[in-house]
Structures are given as C-alpha cells and as structure tokens.
Design a protein around this ligand. Structure first.
Ligand SMILES: Cc1cc2nc3c(=O)[nH]c(=O)nc-3n(C[C@H](O)[C@H](O)[C@H](O)COP(=O)(O)OP(=O)(O)OC[C@H]3O[C@@H](n4cnc5c(N)ncnc54)[C@H](O)[C@@H]3O)c2cc1C
Length: 274
C-alpha cells in the first residue's frame, strides 16, 4: 500500500486545491491525485475577469498559482489518474494507476467528466478494455491493442505498450467508438470500419465518475450532492464542475471549501463514535 490519509481528493484543479487547503487548515492529512494543470478547465481560460482579488490574470496564470500553492501546502500530490474508489467498511481504497492508497473520506473534484461511455465499454471493462496501460499492458505482449485518446498520457502509454512488444493502433479522435466482443473485446469500430484487436486501452485525463465510485447519483450531468456537498455515499463528497452547472471558478472554489468542512466534520464525528 502506498499511503494512508484522512482525506483523499481526486482532482487538483480549483475545487480540489480549495478543498485540500481547508482540510490541511483543519489538521487533516491529505492526498490529492492531481493531473497536470494543462488538463484543468481554468488553464484553458483566456482571461478570468470575475474572480475577486485577481482581476487581470489569464486562466493559465491563475491555474499555475493555484498549483504552486497546492505543492507548497503540505498535501501529498500524487500524479496520475485515480482509477477506482473502493468502499472498505468505514474507509476507502483508492487506486491511482498502479498504486493503492487508503483514506477515511474522499472528495471528488474531477471537473467535467466523461459520463457517456463508448458502446461496449462498460460491458467489456476488465475483459479486454482497460484504463491503465502500465497496469494491464503485460497481458497483451505480442498482441494487437488499440489506444484511444489524444492527450500526452495516451501517447506515452502507446509508446510504453510498443516498448513491451504490443502492436499498437492509435486512435486520437474523440470518437464515437464501439467496442465489439462477447466474452472479451475483439474489435474496435471507428467511422464504420472494424479494427480487430485483443485489447482496448481508453486513456483519457478523466475517468467517468460513475466508474470511479459505485453508488453515486447524477442529474443534468452532475453528481448529486446536498448543500454540504455530501453524496449519497457516506464519506464521499463532491465539488466543482463535477457537481454540474454553473461551470464557474468561484463556485468550484466555494464548493471545494464546503466539501472540505463537511469531510472534516464527518471524520470528527466518526472519531467520537470510534
Ligand atoms: C475556456 C474556458 C474559459 C473559462 N472562463 C471562465 C471565467 O472567465 N470565469 C469563471 O468563473 N469560470 C470560467 N471557466 C470555468 C472554470 O475554469 C471552471 O469552472 C473551474 O476551473 C472548475 O474547476 P474544477 O476544479 O471543478 O475542475 P478542473 O479545473 O477541470 O479540474 C479538475 C482536475 O481533475 C483532474 N481529474 C479528473 N479526473 C481525474 C482522475 N480520475 N484522477 C486524477 N485527476 C483527475 C482533471 O484532469 C483536472 O486536472 C472557464 C472554463 C473554460 C474551459
């Protein structure tokens, strides 16, 4: 096991950074699974003119300021995608790429995530469909695999799969794709053409949150929470764009703060019971 924390935050953007700073202020140990700033919404904003106190910064400048503060905060920054959150009776196991962490509460701050899965993706996940090349690549040595995704990580993972002896077909467009197969994935369909494969690696910056945590509810593309940012899963909170519109920086930061306060309260109440 790679580490044990009070609170595990998925996403190091505005909401995740805000949540981490508040959890730390309240004396909790915090880990943040944080993709590079370039993957954040804020980084892409040409100019942010409605965030108080910082009137003339670009989104990129603001995003890099947030990241520096997070790096210097005392939170453990883990680079890579969180792939699953497993409830373990009072705590959670969080898989980030090949490593496994535990925490007593989780805050989802993953930004706008891809809820719409490709046809066949859910059915064949673990049966030839994978989200992690370094975890599962060795199973496909000498075989043909498709790597779906246009980002830097998809390129790196494609290179890695080639280096271990896979024949790699790269698909960098957004799709739509369909994965065919009964017991296992056998082909990827793109633009009406069927490509026979032994495996399909879907490498996006984000993982659909419904895949990430079982038991969440969704409405209008966002995770349902109460006013305290609590989800229906005890110990799991959510903040920022992943809870739905409006997609605004101040809302993300505010919800991150509220999710953190609620997670801290949840842990303190657990402590009293225990
Ligand atoms: C072009 C553009 C312009 C904008 N302009 C403005 C503006 O002027 N004013 C304003 O108020 N708002 C603006 N916004 C919106 C604002 O930037 C967002 O609402 C805010 O930044 C959302 O923050 P977040 O932390 O919720 O999500 P994000 O910033 O998207 O951060 C989420 C992070 O989590 C990571 N992540 C996702 N899944 C995982 C996983 N499984 N494991 C690890 N990490 C994961 C992502 O890669 C990302 O780094 C703009 C957005 C865009 C795209």
């Amino acid at each position: 096991m790679a580490g044990n924390y009070d609170i595990f935050i998925i996403g190091g953007g505005a909401a995740g950074t805000s949540a981490a700073l508040t959890c730390l202020n309240r004396g909790k140990t915090v880990a943040v699974a944080a993709n590079p700033p370039e993957t954040e919404s804020l980084y892409k904003a040409e100019a942010v003119t409605n965030y108080p106190g910082l009137p003339s910064l670009t989104g990129k400048e603001l995003s890099l300021l947030f990241r520096r503060q997070l790096e210097e905060s005392g939170a453990e920054l883990i680079s890579g995608r969180a792939l699953s959150v497993l409830p373990m009776g009072g705590s959670f196991g969080v898989a980030v790429e090949n490593d496994f962490y535990t925490a007593r509460a989780v805050i989802l701050a993953a930004g706008i995530t891809r809820e719409k899965l490709y046809l066949g993706e859910a059915e064949l996940l673990g049966k030839g469909v994978s989200y992690c090349a370094t975890c599962d690549g060795m199973l496909y040595r000498g075989k043909t695999v498709a790597v779906v995704g246009g980002g830097e990580e998809a390129r790196r993972d494609g290179d890695f799969l080639e280096s271990i002896g896979c024949k790699v077909l790269r698909f960098e467009e957004n799709g739509p794709y369909e994965i065919l197969g009964e017991a296992r994935a056998r082909a990827l369909v793109y633009k009406g053409e069927e490509h026979p494969v032994d495996g399909v690696f879907i490498i996006k910056d984000t993982v659909s949150v419904s895949r990430l945590v079982p038991g969440l509810a969704y409405e209008n593309g966002g995770i349902v929470t109460d006013r305290r940012m609590a989800t229906p899963v005890p110990g799991v909170f959510a903040a920022g764009d992943c809870t739905g519109k409006p997609y605004q920086l101040a809302k993300a930061v505010g919800e991150g703060n509220m999710a953190a306060l609620s997670a801290v309260k949840y842990l303190d109440q657990l402590g009293k019971k225990g």
